[in-house]
Ligand binder design. Structure first.
Ligand code: GRF
Length: 202
């Protein structure tokens, strides 16, 4: 069974989508560890409710090096096949990404490369775009910058508020994240330069 680790910072609804998919047998692997950089967040409870080991490794009061070292100590022994960032609100340093032995995926609430960074749904709404959406991408150095695995467009409605738009984008995230994880785990994805190719028959 392929082993997936998940990093979170809060609510954990994307984590929940991954847990649900794993339970349904559609993820192509199991979530075996969840780490939050913030203590006491709902996502940690979701993990525990699903019987998945969950730990808080707070970044506060630690240097980036020390915090990432603690994460590596928690993650490396688990020999993960994939690390998923599910609402993980911190950048992983180039040093972490260099030593981490498995691919890292992130879900982002816009159609990248539009609106990277925090509050992407608000950025899109304020810009006045007619279509936004969700993106799953490999994590590389740089903010929300790696090769794109999956995207889903979400039309902006005339009567949308930031909140209603964000809610529909979140539903899209919950669809494309588990599906992208499955494609990466079953090896039908290949990164060729900027492009993520999905092998025929997948
Ligand atoms: C999601 O919109 C994710 O794309 C963004 O932060 C939000 C986290 O939500 N980076 P949740 O914790 O998965 O519910």
């Amino acid at each position: 069974v392929k082993k997936v680790g998940v990093l979170i910072s809060g609510r954990g609804s994307n984590l929940q989508a991954l847990l649900d998919s794993a339970r349904a047998g559609t993820l192509g692997g199991d979530v075996v560890v969840v780490v939050s950089n913030v203590e006491g967040v709902p996502g940690l409870e979701r993990a525990r409710a699903a019987g998945v080991p969950a730990l808080a490794l707070p970044h506060r009061g630690r240097t980036r090096e020390r915090h990432e070292q603690e994460m590596l100590e928690a993650l490396l022994p688990r020999r993960l096949d994939l690390l998923c960032l599910a609402g993980y609100m911190r950048l992983l340093s180039p040093a972490f990404l260099r030593v981490f032995p498995a691919p890292v995926l992130n879900v982002h609430p816009s159609l990248l490369p539009a609106f990277p960074g925090v509050d992407a749904q608000r950025q899109a709404w304020e810009y006045g775009v007619k279509v936004s959406g969700a993106t799953v991408h490999f994590v590389s150095e740089g903010l929300d910058a790696g090769p794109v695995v999956a995207q889903e467009a979400v039309p902006v409605r005339e009567d949308d508020t930031v909140e209603s738009l964000a809610a529909r984008i979140l539903e899209a995230e919950h669809r494309i994240f588990p599906a992208a994880v499955c494609r990466v785990l079953d090896g039908t994805c290949r990164v060729v330069g900027r492009r993520v190719r999905v092998e025929a028959g997948a």
